[in-house]
Design a protein around this ligand. Structure first.
Ligand SMILES: C[S@@+](CC[C@H](N)C(=O)[O-])C[C@H]1O[C@@H](n2cnc3c(N)ncnc32)[C@H](O)[C@@H]1O
Length: 342
């Protein structure tokens, strides 16, 4: 059961800064944060009713800021709240890119303590800028922090392991155990370690096997048309790495709800929130299609009471503004006025 709402899982339309009002303090096992990255653009959704063209789709969220300092202070305030919401054994994954990750690392060190930085994962989405006048930017970074000294890390989860290289399999795994399983032994600093072939080796810190296309191409069923949607494989791996069944998973910038559908599929209760109306509509529809039952707290204070939503409930529709007119000439004018599309 959730602490406040009476259902194990729920979503809210609200600012991430209010997170502890929804989940309380010391409750969350794993928080995944995928905030705006300081890109300087408005991100548009693909909307089938408007032709499915992202360039002319409605704005899902804005990533424009008065200054970098304003952005960094905004982000810091929300990370502080996440830190309060985490259980003593909880962890946070903060997903950013080259624009802000280094400054954010310094802020996170101050909030969590430098010694609570567990490491970072480089995610290679398979797209990104190959610039003419500087190094390409084809990766994003996930900073991983724990709240306390002890935390969950499911090192043996198959999603955190990969097969040994073919040559290594042939060269090194020459022994067989009593059970017939091939293994190799290595002696490091006088201590001998045994590695089983079928257990595979631990995955490295560069993840290029979860392409963003899986979450974005309209050809695949997981794609919702929401901009910057992350692939389910990435979130499934993170959740399996750092939580166990029954642990509360939280996403304060839920977007299309990727974290929540993955948590649901893995038997974890979830809490997701987002300030945007489209995010709430898209996430609710996605969760309902996945058969999840969850509470929904709307934004308007007068309707603040949480409603129960099941797979057979009527769709949640927030007052989405279809700002883009259908007339092609008007559409082109609107696109020019709104600047570059995401
Ligand atoms: C990069 S997207 C998240 C995408 C998501 N991970 C997915 O897979 O679909 C960032 C989200 O942050 C939301 N957002 C921006 N400011 C927010 C705030 N103050 N509180 C909560 N959500 C916010 C945006 O509406 C947007 O949906």
């Amino acid at each position: 059961m959730s602490l406040e709402q009476g259902w194990p899982s729920w979503i809210a339309q609200d600012d991430a800064v209010t997170l502890t009002r929804h989940v309380g303090i010391d409750t969350v096992a794993l928080a995944y944060l995928d905030p705006p990255f300081f890109v300087g653009l408005k991100f548009r959704a693909r909307d089938k009713e408007l032709g499915g063209d992202r360039a002319h789709g409605p704005v899902a969220y804005s990533d424009q800021w008065p200054s970098f300092d304003a952005y960094l202070d905004w982000l810091t305030e929300r990370v502080e709240v996440v830190h309060r919401a985490l259980a003593g054994t909880g962890s946070m994954w903060l997903h950013l890119d080259h624009r802000a990750v280094h400054d954010a690392k310094v802020r996170c060190d101050a909030i969590f303590g430098r010694e609570r930085f567990l490491g970072e994962v480089i995610w290679v989405p398979g797209n990104g800028g190959r610039r003419k006048h500087g190094p390409p930017q084809t990766h994003q970074t996930l900073l991983v922090y724990t709240k306390g000294e002890s935390y969950t890390w499911n090192a043996d989860d198959p999603m955190l392991r990969e097969p040994y290289a073919g040559t290594s399999q042939k060269m090194h795994f020459t022994h067989k155990g009593e059970d017939g399983r091939p293994y190799r032994e290595r002696t490091i600093n006088g201590k001998t370690y045994r590695y089983a072939l079928d257990r595979g080796r631990a995955l490295g810190s560069v993840w290029s096997d979860c392409p963003s296309m899986m979450g974005n191409t309209p050809l695949l069923s997981q794609a919702t048309g929401y901009p910057t949607q992350k692939p389910e494989k990435l979130l499934t791996r993170i959740i399996r790495a750092q939580s166990n069944e029954g642990d509360l998973i939280c996403d304060p910038f839920m977007g299309s709800g990727t974290t929540l559908v993955c948590a649901h599929a893995l038997g974890r209760p979830f809490f997701g929130m987002d300030i945007g109306e489209r995010s709430v509509t898209v996430t609710a529809a996605r969760l309902m299609a996945a058969g999840a039952t969850f509470g929904f707290t709307p934004q308007a204070p007068q309707e603040r009471s949480t409603k129960l939503v099941t797979a057979t409930s009527p769709p949640i529709t927030t007052a989405l503004t279809k700002a883009t007119p259908k007339n092609p000439a008007e559409r082109a004018r609107t696109a020019r006025r709104s600047g570059p599309a995401s």
